[in-house]
Ligand binder design. Structure first.
Ligand code: GUN
Length: 284
């Protein structure tokens, strides 16, 4: 039976460390500030944004939520970003994705000042991640690395398989694993013999966005299984990309959903906001 990696507890510990650093920074006269832009009222996005806001407040970070109507134009959204780029009390800017269909995600990401891009989605920051000169950590992948580190699971020399090639998770996940000397395979919808490739993994990271996609036959006995997915199952219950009940008896370690990777993503966002505030005040 696998050890459960308790993301909720690990994230709480990390948030505590960040809160202590925020308090120290405030003593130096710098109060970190994050602006979170939400366009429209997608229920999942509303929940994520609320959780981010709450975590900021608990860590002593000023969080400003900017709610824009679903029919906001591209020009209006870009004007909001531009204003935030110039505000000295706002160190981090996050625009919750996905945006309504008429808006251009890429253009909005490109408009955020790279110095304030706490999601690390801007091409400049993606480039820094690629070459290993990291300014802002990609939140979800860095959250996964933190879970592994704090569970004493080394990736060096291991076979790591990432399922999913998104810009938000799959690609930066592969880079962080590679920087720590893992042998990395990225799988996707066109991968042949997916189950066989996954069975070769010492560490399997599922970031597909499909409920219970990873089944027991895809997991090597004793492997570490990290579930990045947040889906609803056939009964509307929250579940990951991994068929947890079937995989738990086989894996060596596994993250649950909820309570695994999710809380870590938010903790890393706080860490990036702290980093941004330090960098913009010559303290990093
Ligand atoms: N939508 C889903 N995950 C994320 C994230 O990490 N950042 C932003 N901005 N939007 C998201």
């Amino acid at each position: 039976m696998a050890t459960r990696i308790d993301g909720k507890a690990i994230a709480a510990a990390l948030r505590g460390e960040i809160a202590a650093e925020v308090a120290q920074l405030k003593e130096k006269g710098v109060a970190p500030g994050l602006a979170v832009i939400l366009v429209g009222e997608d229920p999942a996005s509303c929940t994520y944004v609320r959780n981010k806001q709450k975590a900021c407040e608990e860590a002593g970070i000023h969080a400003e939520q900017i709610n824009l109507p679903a029919d906001t134009t591209q020009e209006q959204l870009l004007a909001v970003v531009e204003e935030l780029n110039h505000r000295s009390d706002i160190h981090g800017i996050l625009c919750q994705l996905p945006l309504p269909r008429h808006l251009d995600d890429e253009a909005v990401i490109a408009a955020i000042s790279p110095a304030k891009d706490v999601d690390a989605f801007h091409a400049e920051n993606v480039g820094h991640i690629m070459i290993g000169d990291i300014r802002f950590l990609p939140c979800t992948p860095a959250g996964v690395m933190e879970l592994l580190h704090r569970s004493d699971i080394s990736v060096e020399g291991k076979q790591c398989v990432v399922i999913g090639r998104s810009n938000i998770v799959g690609k930066p996940m592969a880079m962080l694993l590679l920087h720590e000397n893992a042998t990395v395979t990225i799988c996707h919808s066109r991968t042949k013999n997916l189950a066989e490739v996954c069975r070769g993994a010492d560490i399997l990271v599922a970031a597909v966005g499909r409920a219970k996609f990873v089944t027991a036959d895809m997991v090597k006995p004793g492997a570490t299984v990290i579930d990045v997915g947040i889906n609803r199952d056939e009964n509307g219950k929250l579940c990951g990309d991994v068929d947890f009940d079937a995989v738990e008896p086989i894996a060596g370690a596994i993250t649950p959903v909820p309570g695994g990777v999710g809380p870590m993503t938010i903790a890393l966002l706080l860490k990036n906001t702290l980093t941004a505030a330090k960098q913009q005040n010559g303290l990093a």
